[in-house]
Write a protein of this length. Structure first.
Ligand SMILES: [Fe+2]
Length: 129
């Protein structure tokens, strides 16, 4: 799995969900699970939605000043993912399409966690005292 300690925010619920997202993204490129690709793509879609909503609940309840900005980043990802799913459905080379989705998800997650989720975590943990 591509998750590692450097991606830890220090908020256990968020870290557990991030790990699950990386695990699911891994399933996409695990050839032994190839027959489950469509199920995994759908699972990821739902899990991401739930994860974003949980993060946004954290933002609201702690009056995070960048909540709106952060939410927009989540929405942009959700739109991009939906687009990729449509491309996957039309693709003749499903294996290549799945690789594209995997790298899109993994790269976005890494970047987003390192910059935005960690920024929130610092705020949240400080505020909680
Ligand atoms: Fe986030």
């Amino acid at each position: 799995m591509l998750w590692n300690k450097s991606l830890e925010t220090g908020i256990p619920k968020i870290d557990e969900q991030h790990q699950e997202l990386f695990r699911q993204a891994d399933f996409l490129v695990d050839s032994s699970k190839a027959d489950r690709v469509v199920a995994t793509l759908n699972f990821l879609k739902d899990y991401v939605t739930k994860h974003f909503s949980d993060e946004e609940t954290f933002h609201r309840s702690s009056h995070y000043p960048k909540a709106e900005e952060h939410k927009k980043l989540h929405q942009a990802f959700a739109t991009g993912y939906k687009q990729k799913l449509e491309e996957f459905q039309k693709a003749t080379n499903k294996a290549a399409a799945v690789l594209t989705i995997n790298s899109m998800v993994v790269n976005w997650l890494k970047e987003h966690i390192m910059r935005h989720d960690k920024e929130f975590a610092v705020y949240y943990i400080q505020k909680k005292g």
